[in-house]
Design a protein around this ligand. Structure first.
Ligand code: YK8
Length: 177
């Protein structure tokens, strides 16, 4: 796995969760800037084990010459509330990209942990793994990993820096979150 974000923000844990995992203005803007469209959400739904899950479907624009210009994707998100009550969240996200080469071989798992540090501070960590449903040839595996890591790095670098801008805009834009 790889760690893409590990940073303390002047944003409460609860607000960070709302920014990233509800239909917040922040997330809608972020996805628009990544040229993600045809977004469909299910609401968060509790399951029998005290977890909550939701599913997102969308289309992503890809700028990788090896791949077609778009792919549809499905994200299954599972929320585990931490043992510090409202103050910590772990969200595991499985991302399937349906229309890229070798899509039936691999998917991605992104783990977001949001840990409250005080009333208005939290640590956000995002780490990701590429997982396999069938074992590809060595060269194909190298290909999949290289392209996944670079796409993920680009995505999370932008997320990290847009969160820094959000942090500096002093909490005025959460009315709709
Ligand atoms: C989510 C992982 C792989 C995929 C892509 C596939 C190339 C395959 C190349 C062949 C295009 C938002 C990525 C980066 C698309 C974007 C996905 C995002 C960033 C030759 C093997 C979409 C997080 C996420 C997870 C996986 C990313 C794909 O929230 O390279």
């Amino acid at each position: 796995g790889k760690l893409y974000i590990n940073r303390v923000y002047h944003i409460s844990a609860e607000r960070m969760f709302q920014l990233l995992f509800t239909q917040s203005r922040f997330m809608l803007n972020f996805m628009t800037s990544r040229k993600m469209f045809d977004l469909e959400y299910t609401p968060w739904q509790p399951d029998s084990n005290g977890k909550q899950t939701r599913t997102l479907n969308y289309t992503i624009t890809i700028n990788n010459p090896l791949v077609g210009k778009f792919t549809t994707a499905t994200e299954k998100q599972v929320l585990y509330k931490g043992n510090q009550g409202e103050q910590s969240y772990l969200v595991e996200v499985e991302v399937l990209t349906h229309d890229v080469p070798y899509h039936d071989y691999f998917y991605t798992v992104n783990k977001y942990s949001i840990i409250g540090m005080s009333q208005d501070k939290c640590r956000l960590r995002v780490c990701t793994d590429v997982k396999y449903r069938k074992q590809p040839w060595g060269l194909v595996k190298t290909f999949i990993e290289r392209n996944s890591w670079s796409g993920l790095e680009d995505y999370f670098k932008q997320m990290e820096s847009e969160l820094m801008m959000e942090e500096n805009s002093s909490g005025s834009s959460l009315a709709e979150a």
